[in-house]
Design a protein around this ligand. Sequence first.
Ligand SMILES: [Fe+2]
Ligand SMILES: [Fe+2]
Length: 232
Amino acid sequence: MTTHLAPPAHTPSGAAQHSAELLPLVDALAPGQILTLSLSLESARALLATLSAERKGLFEWSPEADGDAVRVDVVKRDAAKGSLRGVLEALSWDHARIDGFEQGAFAARAAGDLEAARALFERFARNLFRHIGFEEDLLFPALESAAGLPPHAGPTAVMRAEHIEIRATVQLLRGAIGDSSADTVRLRERLHGTLGPHSVKEERILYPMIDRVLSGLRSDELVGAIQAYEPR
Ligand SMILES: [Fe+2]
Ligand SMILES: [Fe+2]
């Protein structure tokens, strides 16, 4: 199985960017295995539409804008075709995947490879900011409206405030990770001190609450919308 530390970037040629030719690559994955594709935005949208229609419930999908291209992590799930998705499972997967980039960045820095550290941390920051974006734009409003929660008080307000702190620390680390003279230890402790408990609260309280108040079908639709989410 491939790891988060060195995901294999598979970059099909222009002629091979059609969904019909990419589908066999996804089908060939073992459950849990990651395929990283570098696609045009148009090809990425087309492949997601094809997978959603023809491989429903069988894959995780997380895109990351990378210049004019989109880098997509696709993972085959160990599930029955057509099975409904829940928010807890889908977003716990995304937390672990994103944390893998942060761990990889600091492992590279410890090994003296500052270029790899900077590149992996950039992937961490982009993926985390997209994750925060869909939580604030899609997930929290869905919970607020289904549970009758106010957006400026209660659990989603706490999560939004923590996002501000997490973003600020990630931005500071973005500037420091590739600088051998920078002291990243305290910044990293600050990041772990906020992001760690934040993710735990989401996985133990908020995500299960969302799956509870939404019907199974609505949770599944929400996971589909999250997969298709493109940050503003
Ligand atoms: Fe969050
Ligand atoms: Fe989250």
